[in-house]
Design a protein around this ligand. Structure first.
Ligand code: HEM
Length: 467
């Protein structure tokens, strides 16, 4: 009898499944997703057959050009998951791990054509009404507040103390929520995404907060995203508005947090940036674009579904097949980047925000939060450096993302900014009228883990957790 610890081929711990196809899930894939993409590229070219959870077949698009082809031609590759053959034929039941991320929902990221145009126009037109300088003022103010909380200590984990909080604090302000809701929403959204025991209650807290926000803005319009969404000519129902507020909050939160953490890491460790930043050749926006090429916050996007039999990258795709946009793999496609050590010098033709009709409408907001936030951090703590060796920085990978878990740094302790200086230098953000605490949603209460897992099956949670 063999005593080998090697799992049998049917076991998901194995990187190779039935018919010799590689699994895009499980320990091997999570340990080194970029290494796996390169193996797939070597074996299959720019479009590779892979297995997803439950060994469901899919195509991973690895080529830069092929990713853009898919993203830009919804007539061949639809965003509507109701076309997925495996789901139509009952192989993806309610308990399947991909159901939360793939089950169709009436939001802009699951529809094409006129329906998409209507919903997306409401989102993009409302985002575009923001004055970019106004956004930067909020970012500076919240970044200073967060830095004040740890500046005196001489050390901090910048993921949990800075990167994870800044985007949500800014988004609550842009959405027109009371400032006091920022920290609670950060906690709730983190909790919801991480699928902890209180995930269901956290999701309900977010939903109640958004519902209350919509009611208030219908009654008393303001100068904010929520009001503009409600007033938009697309005439969203309250339910559509709430769903899209949630899409925006979740789409903005973890992606931007990831971008901040990875850019800080690059700025403090990468000699190209250190030398260039001090020498004035490399700007922070350049560093951001480099990270968007090398560590895109979404490594893949699930998904697109073939509207008919077609061909892509030499592979025969069948009607109803699922495709994943391989954003991280496309960004290192040797056809466009033969030498990965060459800096990209601010080139924006990466795939981090995808392309075509669904291209991320919030990219300038994400960039502004990351850029201004890091600028503020480096101005306040100029000698910031890593407190651990770079290889010891923990990451967590899933099907759609690879994100930093902790970023321990140290620096010369600095006093907090005097409140007077802070408030006189930084314009106070416009505050919404505070919600009466008693009427506000209550903080999430614990629910059993199994129940949380069953009930919190929402598409965005799986974007990040991947389980
Ligand atoms: C660095 C930060 C961000 C990254 C890397 C990012 C990336 C992406 C990607 C890859 C998509 C999917 C596109 C597709 O399906 O092909 C997307 C969609 C979307 N993002 Fe972002 N995003 C970021 C920040 C934001 C922010 C700040 C907002 C809102 C202010 C936002 C709002 C959205 C929305 C509404 C969609 C759905 C668009 C549609 O389906 O038409 N994102 N984002």
């Amino acid at each position: 009898m063999s005593t080998s610890p090697t799992p049998p081929p049917g076991c998901p711990a194995h990187g190779v499944g039935p018919e010799g196809l590689r699994r895009l899930y499980g320990p091997e894939a999570e340990a080194d997703p970029m290494g796996l993409y390169e193996k797939l590229r070597a074996e299959h070219g720019q479009v590779a057959p892979v297995l997803l959870q439950g060994d469901l077949p899919a195509w991973l698009v690895l080529g830069h050009r092929e990713n853009l082809d898919v993203a830009r031609t919804p007539s061949r590759f639809s965003r509507d998951s109701r076309r997925w053959r495996d789901m139509r034929e009952g192989r993806v039941g309610p308990e399947h791990p991909l159901t939360p991320v793939a089950a169709w929902q009436p939001v802009c990221n699951f529809v094409d054509g006129a329906d998409h145009e209507r919903l997306r126009a409401a989102v993009t037109d409302s985002i575009n009404r923001f004055d970019r300088r106004g956004i930067r003022r909020y970012v500076t103010r919240f970044a200073n507040q967060l830095i004040d909380e740890f500046a005196g200590a001489g050390q901090a984990d910048l993921v949990s103390r800075f990167a994870e909080h800044l985007p949500m604090l800014v988004m609550t302000q842009l959405l027109g929520m009371p400032e006091s809701y920022g920290p609670r929403l950060v906690e709730a959204a983190r909790d919801m995404i991480k699928g902890t025991e209180t995930a269901v209650a956290s999701n309900e807290f977010v939903m109640q907060t958004l519902q209350q926000l919509v009611e208030r803005k219908r009654a008393t319009p303001g100068h904010d995203f929520t009001t503009w969404l409600l007033e938009h000519r697309s005439a969203l129902t309250d339910d559509e508005a709430i769903q899209h507020l949630r899409v925006v909050l979740i789409a903005a939160f973890e992606t931007t947090a990831n971008l901040i953490a990875n850019t800080v890491l690059m700025v403090v460790t990468d000699r190209r940036f250190r030398a260039s930043l001090s020498g004035g050749h490399m700007t922070l926006p350049d560093a951001l674009e480099q990270v968007l090429w090398d560590e895109p916050p979404f490594t893949t996007i699930l998904g697109r579904w073939a509207t008919g039999d077609t061909e892509l990258g030499g592979q025969r795709i069948k009607e109803g097949d699922m495709l994943l946009l391989g954003l991280a793999a496309g960004n290192v496609d040797p056809e466009i980047r033969p030498d990965l050590t060459q800096p990209v010098h601010g080139n924006r033709s990466h795939l981090a925000f995808s392309g075509g009709p669904h291209e991320c409408p919030g990219q300038d907001v994400g960039r502004a939060i990351a850029d201004t936030g890091i600028d503020t951090l480096l101005a306040r703590l100029p000698d910031i450096q890593l407190a651990v060796a770079e290889p010891d920085i923990p990451y967590r990978s899933s099907l759609m993302s690879r994100h930093m878990v902790e970023l321990p740094v140290r620096f010369t302790p600095k006093p907090s900014m005097p409140a007077q200086t802070a408030s006189s230098e930084l314009p106070a953000p416009r505050r919404s009228e505070p919600l009466p605490e008693a009427a506000g949603p209550r903080p999430p209460a614990a629910v059993p883990a199994a129940e949380a897992k069953r009930r919190s099956g929402t598409w965005w949670r799986r974007w990040f957790s991947g389980h």
